[in-house]
Design a protein around this ligand. Structure first.
Ligand SMILES: *Cc1c(COP(=O)(O)O)cnc(C)c1O
Length: 427
């Protein structure tokens, strides 16, 4: 395996490739292959950018046809047929059936672009500076997004003070009730030192922050606190939308309507860069070009995104995701039960699930053992203490069970080794 060019030329900032030392070539559905022909089961899904798996055939066909006919690839924010079709279908298939009235902004191709545009707009609309975010939040790596992100290592990369943000405890950080009591008290108390914020930004499930779940009642109460104080609610649905927890938008079961929604990762459905910022029409006070960008018109992504909307014309996919999620929850529950003494707990929701361990070394050992056994899984959480499983949302039952069985064996053997090592030390 020749990794010399990566070592010689690529920056030390590279990360995933360190956990998965293979040179990949092809991929299909839940499987990747490396250049030696070794096959890997993918329970990572591009960190949520490949919710329909690798190279989904319906989307690939649409993309190949689009390219073969010399259609527009790069279009700034020019009007193109591909963008028009996407906007029409997105309204028809996603927004209208859910009673959602949003203008669509193309903020640039990445998740952090969507978050930056949301923060800017919230400040512009309200004339306020502070944005409230939550413990263990992850919103992206550019300065505005980092300022509302929790992780100390990632924040440390900023090199400048990360300002105009305030942290509050997420749903399960204290107990569920008290966590929002703090926000409510601080907003009501002129002595709290919390400036009235422009917005609150929240993930319904914290994908990078350890698969912490906000309950529906917590989200509902958060929405009503925001409404009461005239503070905008931004849902960062970059990772949890597009079926990851079941419905298209992760906030649907809670019944809340955010003021602004950030989408990216799986919106193109094919792993092509694309992001959307959805805003209530009254908030759309942008001046033309006030939030600009060269790559806001990735037309091939619009084509695959449009093709992917055909999966959402009925509730078949959501129902199937709920079934798979039950299977996954039961299997992980079984594994966690076997390893209570290691503090194993099931985390997450839908098909964004995992097992948290008291000792982060267990989680990283399981993820490393998974790679050795031919399976890609990531860790998540402040100390990387959670083994995070995100199979494609259209994973087949066979692939799902194969991955879950393997994970169970790996956890058993890692913790078994651990116990053996502990006994050895004492001896
Ligand atoms: C991945 C992610 C982002 C950042 O997206 P990038 O495309 O990596 O900039 C922002 N918010 C959440 C919740 C994410 O999971």
């Amino acid at each position: 395996m020749n990794v010399q060019p990566f070592d010689d030329h690529e920056s030390e900032v590279r990360s995933y490739c360190r956990s998965w030392p293979a040179v990949f070539t092809t991929a299909k559905g839940t499987r990747l292959w490396d250049e030696n022909g070794r096959c890997y089961l993918d329970f990572f899904s591009g960190a949520g950018a490949l919710n329909y798996g690798h190279n989904p055939p319906e989307l690939k066909a649409a993309l190949l046809e689009y390219l073969a006919e010399d259609n527009i690839v790069h279009g700034l924010d020019m009007m193109t047929v591909a963008k028009r079709t996407f906007l029409e279908r997105f309204a028809e298939v996603i927004l209208e059936p859910r009673g959602l009235d949003y203008k669509v902004q193309f903020p640039g191709p990445t998740g952090t672009n969507a978050v930056e545009s949301a923060l800017k707009l919230a400040r512009k609309v309200t004339g306020r500076e502070t944005v409230v975010s939550f413990t263990n939040a992850f919103h992206g790596m550019t300065l505005g997004s980092l300022s509302v992100t929790g992780n100390a290592m990632k924040r440390g990369g900023a090199g400048v003070p990360l300002v105009h943000s305030a942290r509050m405890p997420y749903c399960d950080y204290l107990d569920e009730g008290p966590s929002l009591d703090v926000l409510e008290m601080f907003l009501a108390d002129s002595g709290s030192g919390l400036d009235l914020p422009a917005a609150v930004i929240v993930e319904t499930v914290q994908g990078e922050g350890g698969l912490n779940v906000a309950s529906d009642t917590w989200l509902q109460r958060l929405k009503s606190i925001c409404a009461e104080h005239d503070v905008l609610l931004i849902v960062d649905d970059v990772q949890m939308a597009i079926g990851r927890t079941g419905p298209f938008f992760s906030f649907e079961p809670s019944g809340i309507t955010p003021d602004i929604v950030c989408l990216s990762k799986s919106i193109s459905g094919f792993g092509l860069p694309m992001a959307l910022t959805l805003l209530r029409p009254e908030l759309d006070i942008w001046g033309p070009g006030e939030h600009n960008g060269t790559f806001r018109g990735n037309n091939p992504a619009f084509v695959t995104a449009t093709a992917a909307l055909s999966f959402w014309t009925d509730d078949k996919l959501s129902t199937q995701i709920a079934e798979r999620a039950d299977t996954m929850g039961a299997a992980l529950g079984g594994i966690a039960d076997r390893h209570r003494q290691s503090g194993a707990v099931v985390k997450g929701k839908g098909l964004a699930r995992g097992i948290g361990f008291t000792d982060p070394a267990v989680a990283s050992a399981v993820a490393a053992a998974a790679f050795d056994a031919g399976m890609l899984v990531e860790t998540s959480g402040a100390e990387s203490e959670v083994v995070k499983l995100m199979p494609p949302v259209n994973v087949t039952p066979d692939d799902l069970i194969e991955g879950l069985d393997l994970l169970g064996e790996l956890v058993d053997s890692v913790i078994g080794d651990d116990v053996a090592a502990g006994v050895g030390e004492r001896g």
